[in-house]
Every structure is written in C-alpha cells, then in structure tokens.
Design a protein. Structure first.
Lengths: 177, 174
C-alpha cells in the first residue's frame, strides 16, 4: 500500500461523511480497513482507542490522527475538512429551510415528532453503552453520580468532571497480566 | 452583536475540551450554556438538535446549527471550528505518544475510568433531551418507540426520525 496523500484522505473522508447517517464510524472502518486498506483492523482499533481517550467527537479526532499518520499537518487538515465540509453545508441548508418554513403548522408539528424520535435515539445509545457496566458496581456508581450531577442537580460539567474523572480511573478494574 | 462570535468561540472551545467520550456527553452542558447566554430556550435547542440528527456526518452538527442561529454563516463556522480544534490539536499532539504506550497497564485502566463517566454523561444527555421533548403522552410514546426500535429491532435511525416526523405532521402528537 502506498500511503494516501492529502487528496485521497479528503476524498475518502468526504464520502463517509456524506453517507454517514446516524453514525459515521462503521462506514469509516469499512472504508479504511476493508476497501482502501490504509490500516489493519488492529491498527484501526488502536487509533480509535486514542480518539475515545481524547475529548471531542471521536470520528473527528480519528480523521485528525489518521491524516497526521500518513501526511502530517496537511493530511490532518485534508481528512478533517473532507469529513466536515459536506455535512456542515447540508445542515446549514436544513437550518435555512427550517427558518423559512418552520412556522408553518405542519412543519412545526413534524418537528415535535422529529425531536421526540431524536431523544429516543440518544436514549438508546446511552443504554447501549451502559450495558457493559452491569458487572462493574464501582463503575456503575461513578456513572450514576455523573448522571445525577448533570440530569438531576443540573450542575456545571467542569467541576463534575474534575471530581469524577479521577474517581472513575481509581475505581476502574485492574487489567490482568 | 459584536461580542457574539468571540462568545461562541469561547463556549464551544470549552465544550470541546470537556467532551469526554464524544459530542453527546456535553449536550446538557451545551444546552445549559446556550440558554444561559440567552441565545435560545431549551425547546429551540432540542429542535436544532433534532434537525442536526437528520443531516449526514458526525453527531456534532448541532454545534454548527447553534452557531448559525446565533451568528449566521460566520457563527456556524466559528462554532464548528471552536468545537473541533482544541480536541483535534490535542489528539494530533498525542497521536505519536499513543503508540509508545500501547501495552502500558494504566492505559486500559484510564480508558475504563473514562468510559464510566461517559456513560453517566450520555444518560444525562438522554434524560435532559427527553424531558424537553416530552410534551404529552403521544410524544413520550414516540420517544420510547424510537429507543426500543433502535435497541431491539436495529432499524436505521433515519427511518425512526422520518416516522416521528410523519406522525407529527399528521397531527397525531398535538
């Protein structure tokens, strides 16, 4: 494999950005590991772990890290702008339409339904990622504290993180070997 | 109005660095700050979030829409850039170091700790959004049905959004 240049990185991430409805990551994995073979499956998993470790949107960080590995700062800029250019333009277009037609009763009513469904999607995502914690009571306690602080007490996020991140790491299970 | 773009940049740069586990984790804080700045109310934020879900791409586009609503195209670009650059630069700087610690025991332990916090944050985001959109019994049923359909039937999210919008447009949720 020849390492992809800035142009290939832009094109690859542009296609997964525009096709990625409801989650870009699975598409990105298929493009990077299976179709273009830029990374092996284990290299992909390892780089994704870094992006989950870092703050911010995972797939956005992933485009930065992958671009950097193959083509330095220009590669990062190309992959990142490829990923975001299309979706940002589309969402602004949707915003324009919403502003123009949002006051129509039928559109306003449709939005009530759209927003209710969107809440359900976030709820499902939350339950999905919460499921593996069932066997780790201390981690569940940390997750519960984060939940209560933000959803029930409506505390600001920064102090909550400053307390709970260390607590989470200290109570995390030790790994074997 | 002249202070709007710097204010947007400040808010979203801060959220970028607090986004442990991704963009959804900071939704409650984003809603809190956006409302506190007087840029919109919670219902308008939920509507923009829903609109962003209907677009392709990373699940952070509500940031672009908030910026656009507050400061037009310039606002959209400033908010988007402010939300991705701090975390992106951090990732760029860490990418080289990461390889070196591949087998370090603390790495998996720190990750497990972060995950626990992320779970709590995303659950909180779900509840805050659900509370905003739950206006009556029919809307609660739509939320529950879309969550259940994604979890158990593995339907594509776009179908669920379309179904919710169709039910609303048909006047069944008023």
């Amino acid at each position: 494999m020849t390492p992809p240049g800035a142009r290939a990185l832009f094109a690859g991430f542009f296609s997964v950005g525009m096709l990625g409805f409801g989650g870009v990551l699975p598409l990105a994995r298929r493009m990077i590991v299976e179709e273009r073979r830029w990374l092996s499956a284990s290299e992909f998993t390892d780089l994704l772990a870094l992006c989950q470790f870092m703050p911010g949107p995972n797939i956005v960080n992933f485009s930065v890290a992958l671009g950097a590995r193959f083509a330095g700062p220009a590669g990062s800029a190309a992959a990142l702008s490829g990923l975001l250019a299309g979706p940002v333009a589309v969402v602004i277009g949707l915003g324009v339409l919403y502003t123009r037609f949002g006051a129509l009763p039928v559109v306003a009513h449709a939005f009530v339904g759209l927003a209710s469904a969107a809440s359900g999607l976030v709820l499902a995502t939350a339950l999905n990622i919460a499921a593996p914690l069932r066997t780790r009571p201390k981690s569940m306690l940390v997750a519960g504290a984060a939940f209560a602080a933000l959803a029930l007490l409506r505390l600001p996020l920064l102090p909550v993180l400053l307390v709970l991140l260390p607590a989470g790491v200290l109570t995390a299970p030790r790994t074997r070997g | 109005m002249s202070g709007t773009l710097p204010a947007l940049a400040g808010v979203f740069a801060g959220l970028s660095l607090m986004g442990v586990g991704g963009a959804n984790a900071v939704l409650p804080e984003m809603q809190r700050q956006v409302v506190a700045h007087g840029w919109m109310d919670a219902e308008q934020f939920a509507a923009l979030f829903a609109l962003a879900q209907a677009a392709p791409g990373p699940n952070m586009l509500v940031v672009t829409l908030v910026g656009w609503r507050v400061g037009g195209i310039a606002g959209a670009l400033v908010a988007t850039a402010a939300f991705i650059l701090p975390a992106g630069l951090l990732t760029y700087a860490a990418a080289g170091l990461w390889q070196r610690f591949r087998d370090a025991g603390w790495r998996s332990r720190v990750q497990a700790g972060l995950t626990a916090v992320t779970v709590g944050l995303v659950l909180a985001a779900a509840v805050v959004l659900c509370r905003t959109t739950a206006q009556n019994v029919p809307t609660v049923l739509v939320t529950a049905a879309s969550a259940g359909a994604l979890l158990f039937l593995r339907l594509h999210p776009l179908w669920l959004l379309a179904a919710g919008a169709a039910l609303g447009a048909a006047g069944l949720l008023a």
